[in-house]
Design a protein around this ligand. Structure first.
Ligand SMILES: NC(=O)c1ccc[n+]([C@@H]2O[C@H](COP(=O)([O-])OP(=O)(O)OC[C@H]3O[C@@H](n4cnc5c(N)ncnc54)[C@H](OP(=O)(O)O)[C@@H]3O)[C@@H](O)[C@H]2O)c1
Length: 284
């Protein structure tokens, strides 16, 4: 006798914030959609990173949680261990001081444990001060660039062979509106997000022919997180979408689908926006 397949709502009962949004998902992912995937999420202790890690684990992925604050990573780790069938790995790491040796050690550990990597979602980011460029402090500029750009480059480079060992890997660079159109006083943060857009496009072009690694940049737009609060302290957070509101897109990026009965896949190199991606998706 076959067992009834649980509905998506039943599957997500332990994660009501996600279940609320999943009701409106156009693509019916099942509980095993990301089974056997190993995905590194940076900034996984909070905000969009925590939501992405919890969502991927809920759909079966083994997530490697990289972040700065061990306690926050442990909280996400505990949630995932309690509420999903997967067991994450935590990697406390300050990207501001990431060097080649540390990045190589991480790659070695992931290689030893899993033999490959199926995705990286680069959420970790430093906001830096809001100041005119004429007065922007050099040390702040360097910290933002190191965390947001150099560390991303270093992780992509040292983990490349493990990504290449996957049948289908995906790298997501989390961008920003000010990484696509510059805006006064956003200083190094805006410049770093422009750099990420460039890094994303170059890498997408370099990997397109082999076809095993897909690369995207995603602009979440205003989202209810600590970083947004830091940037807009007077804004009412309740007017903003939660990180979970964006998770259908983060699911789609990791997984080819069937669209109108055909296998469908997003075109590598796309710049996506969490607010309007449904109208602008381009499929192979
Ligand atoms: N929220 C928005 O409105 C919005 C809009 C556009 C783009 N974004 C982008 O979305 C991404 C996620 O941000 P969020 O809104 O979710 O903010 P968040 O809740 O503040 O999360 C940012 C994460 O980055 C981590 N991080 C910062 N510096 C780090 C470092 N040196 N090493 C390791 N981890 C570090 C933080 O760790 P700790 O918690 O331990 O400090 C935190 O987990 C970022 O790339 C951001 O630029 C957000």
């Amino acid at each position: 006798m076959s067992h009834p397949v649980p509905t998506l709502a039943a599957h997500l009962a332990h994660y009501p914030e996600l279940a609320e949004h999943a009701k409106g998902w156009r693509h019916p992912f099942d509980a095993q959609t990301l089974r056997d995937k190993v995905i590194l999420v940076t900034g996984a202790g909070d905000g969009l990173g925590a939501a992405t890690a919890k969502t991927y684990a809920t759909f079966g992925a083994t997530v490697v949680l990289l972040g700065r604050t061990r306690l926050k990573l442990e909280a996400v780790n505990d949630w995932i261990s309690t509420n999903t069938a997967t067991q994450p790995v935590i990697v406390p790491c300050d990207l501001e001081t990431l060097d080649m040796e540390t990045a190589n050690n991480l790659a070695h550990s992931i290689g030893e444990a899993f033999g490959r990597l199926d995705g990286i979602v680069h959420h970790a980011s430093r906001l830096g001060p809001r100041a005119p460029l004429a007065h922007y402090a050099l040390d702040e500029w360097l910290k933002v660039m190191q965390t947001n750009v150099n560390a991303t480059f270093l992780l992509n480079q040292t983990l490349f062979n493990l990504l290449d060992a996957s049948a289908r890997a995906c790298i997501v660079h989390t961008s920003s509106s000010v990484g696509r159109v510059g805006r006064a006083y956003w200083g190094a943060y805006a410049a770093s997000k422009f750099a990420l857009e460039g890094l994303s496009q170059v890498l997408a072009d370099e990997t397109e022919v082999a076809g095993r690694i897909k690369v995207f940049s995603v602009n979440p737009g205003g989202t209810r997180t600590n970083m947004r609060k830091e940037a807009y302290p007077l804004e009412d957070p309740d007017t903003l979408p939660t990180p979970e509101a964006h998770m259908e897109l983060f699911m789609l990026l990791q997984q080819p689908l069937r669209e109108n009965g055909e296998a469908a896949e997003l075109i590598t190199g796309q710049q996506l926006d969490c607010r309007d991606w449904r109208d602008k998706l381009q499929w192979i």
